[in-house]
Design a binder for this molecule. Structure first.
Ligand code: MV4
Length: 665
């Protein structure tokens, strides 16, 4: 076995590889860019080597720097993870030239599978079923048009070097063929620098079912069953499971045998995935072969109890596969959900910023979390916005789906917007629960998956009000138990000179304002809520958890405060309120002779001052928009605007300096 390997990747997959290497007693070298200097993967590895600036093009995609780091550290092998250099044949070759073992298939296998038409030719020879169509060299429009006629409509035009749906067009009828061809070619050229296309009969309502294969250098190859990855949005997988719902033993063996034939056809070694489209009548067709470990590999690990990274390491250093086909069995069911920092209600745009709060379900034999991000880390624009993969296992599909739904309800993140609630809606959808979905699921059920935002119910307003009361006053019970219940510091009855004996707490919930009146009681508070009164009582622990008695109902919630924003998370529900405390801003920023910071992540929508302007205390300086709310930053005192850090339209993270302000003496 290797003594030391370099992991040419970052984030969760780097951490995932390090975990197995450690278990096997293999030394690990991480590489990191500027942005990743204090990242989890760099910290977990035995050694970490800085390779360059934050943009991947200048760091994680630099073959020369990666190889230099490997040689300098004395690593014998390089694991590329997925993405970045994992399917770069030139990099695999360069590693070999430098005397390093590339943990992956041989360069020529990577190269062959990079071209869809070359891959199809190989599969055709191996007897793997192909989608009827054309994948020849000749790219004359007239010939393609004739081939299209032979294939029949509807059909698909796909870029030969394509992936991720780029350079892909559906053509419903002959009349549309030439304009679709022109468009597909233009897109293919722009994305892949190669305008070659292939034609395929259009398969309607297919499922994406892929087979995990593994081969060693001794002529052995096995398949580790299938994964269904049909739950995708814009060709991005978000939920994957193993085994595939509705799969029969007979079809599994047929697809498995075809995938093993595919691997053997190319003297393939290491981990590979053969992707198939499965049509409604149970016919399967080769789509493409991925020559790397896939993001969704954990579901296979959960049902087979095989550590695929361990197998990769063993095969790469020349060992035989640890077992044969007859030793591999499926046990139970596993489902994975990819948690992304993105906003489903805003076209799934990536959301960046500091993940200032993170609370996750407990890991166990049933729940696995693969991540490379900790609370307090930055989700930057530079890299993939995936925060974590939540993988669950259970004895059967319906238990596993229910378990995933519940675990998602326990995954609470704040600071960046996530797709967790969206994933929960998918996992509770009847078509997902039944397993009868296909690749069109998200598009066809959009309206059910993005329901209108829910107004915070009284229960949530009560929790928010209680949270605010508990964080401004010491706990009732604590004061009762303290040595001096008459000390003014322990007074919690809310009586103040010239003051009413109740508090009014105002919130903005979406586009409406709501006020909760709080009356002090012997034990807890009596609240006046929009639809009635409620007696509440509770405690706030150090972790930001409110344990509350809401009119007799015992409730637990995580509450996070970020400036004016209050986020409440109970099992499966998440609400966001803005606490409109008119004094909060001045109190927080009163001493600011220096910089004014963004109270929440958002966008600058107006700047009212110029550098050098003299302003009076309370003058508006700039306006931010966050969560569709406007928030105006005001001068903390009379003074001068020294420097503006942002302009209109800029996105800012929470806690970021907005401008430098000088308060007059
Ligand atoms: C297809 C297809 C139907 N017929 N090819 C989408 C991206 C690329 N990986 C291949 N894709 C498809 N190719 C034929 N001949 C439908 C899709 C497709 C799809 C495939 C897998 C998973 C999700 C998908 C979503 C839409 C379309």
């Amino acid at each position: 076995m290797f003594e030391k390997i370099l992991i040419a990747n970052r984030g969760e997959i780097a951490c995932r590889i390090i975990r197995t290497a450690k278990r096997l007693g293999i030394g690990t070298v991480a590489v990191y860019s500027d942005a990743d200097a204090s990242s989890m993967h760099a910290e977990l590895a035995d050694e970490a080597c800085h390779i360059g600036p934050s943009p991947a093009r200048e760091s994680y995609l630099r073959a020369d720097l990666l190889i230099e780091a490997a040689l300098k550290s004395g690593a014998e092998a390089v694991h590329p993870g997925y993405g970045f250099m994992s399917e770069n044949a030139d990099f695999a070759e360069a590693c070999k030239k430098a005397g390093l073992i590339f943990i992956g298939p041989p360069a020529q296998a990577i190269r062959a599978m990079g071209s869809k038409s070359a891959a199809k030719k190989i599969m055709e020879k191996a007897g793997v079923p192909l989608i009827p169509g054309y994948h020849g060299e000749n790219q004359e429009p007239e010939l393609l048009r004739k081939e299209a006629e032979k294939t029949g409509y509807p059909l698909m035009i796909k870029a030969v070097m394509g992936g991720g749906g780029k350079g892909m067009r559906i053509v419903m009828k002959e009349n549309d063929f030439s304009s679709a061809l022109t468009a597909a070619r233009r897109e293919a050229m722009a994305s892949f620098g190669d305008e070659s296309v292939l034609l395929e009969k259009y398969i309607s309502g297919p499922r994406h079912v892929e087979i995990q294969v593994f081969a060693d250098n001794h002529g052995n190859a096995v398949y580790l069953f299938e994964r269904d990855c049909s739950i995708q949005r814009r060709h991005q997988k978000i939920i994957e499971e193993a085994p595939a719902p509705g799969m029969t033993q007979k079809l599994r063996e047929k697809m498995g045998a075809a995938a093993v034939d595919a691997a053997k056809a190319r003297a393939y070694t290491g981990a590979g995935t053969v992707e198939f489209l499965l049509d409604e009548s149970g016919n399967f067709y080769f789509m493409e072969m991925n020559t790397r470990l896939q993001v969704e590999h954990p579901v296979t690990e959960m049902i087979t109890s095989v550590d695929l990274v361990e197998w990769q390491l063993r095969v790469a250093c020349g060992e035989k596969l640890p077992c044969g086909q007859e030793d591999l069995h499926i046990s139970g069911h596993a489902v994975e959900a990819r948690i992304y920092a993105e906003d489903p209600s805003n076209s799934f745009l990536p959301s960046t910023g500091k993940l200032f709060y993170l609370s996750t379900p407990k890991e166990s034999g049933n729940v696995r979390i693969d991540t490379g991000i900790r609370e307090g880390d930055e989700v930057s624009m530079e890299y993939d916005p995936m925060i974590a993969k939540l993988i669950v296992w259970d004895v059967d599909r319906s238990s596993a789906v229910r378990r995933l739904h519940r675990a998602l309800g326990e995954y609470h993140a704040a600071g960046v917007t996530t797709n967790v609630e969206f994933l929960r809606r998918v996992t509770e959808h009847p078509l997902f629960s039944s397993g009868g979905y296909d690749t069109g699921f998200i598009e066809q059920h959009e309206s059910e998956l993005f329901p209108a935002r829910q107004k915070a119910p009284d229960r949530i307003l009560a929790l928010a009000a209680l949270y605010i009361m508990l964080s401004i006053a010491p706990n009732r019970e604590d004061s009762d138990n303290s040595g001096d219940p008459y000390s003014p510091w322990n007074m919690t009855h809310g009586w103040r000179l010239n003051c009413r004996s109740f508090h009014e707490i105002s919130f903005i919930d979406g586009d409406s304002d709501v006020t909760v009146k709080v009356h002090y009681r012997e034990k807890g508070y009596q609240l006046e809520l929009p639809s009635g009164e409620m007696a509440v009582w509770g405690r706030l622990d150090g972790e930001g958890i409110v344990n509350a008695d809401l009119g007799g109902a015992l409730t637990k919630a995580s509450v996070i405060r970020n400036g004016a924003e209050i986020i409440l998370m109970t099992l499966g529900a998440r609400y966001r309120l803005i606490h409109t405390d008119p004094f909060a801003q001045f109190e927080e920023q009163d001493d600011t002779g220096g910089s004014l910071t963004a109270p929440m992540p958002g966008r600058i929508i107006e700047v009212m001052v110029k550098e050098g302007d003299a302003v009076k205390r309370g003058d508006s300086l700039l306006t931010m928009e966050a969560m569709k709310m406007e928030h105006t930053i005001k001068a903390p005192g009379d003074g001068k605007v020294v420097e503006l850090k942002y302009a209109v339209g800029d996105q800012v993270n929470e806690g970021e300096k907005l401008l430098i302000f000088e308060v007059n003496e």
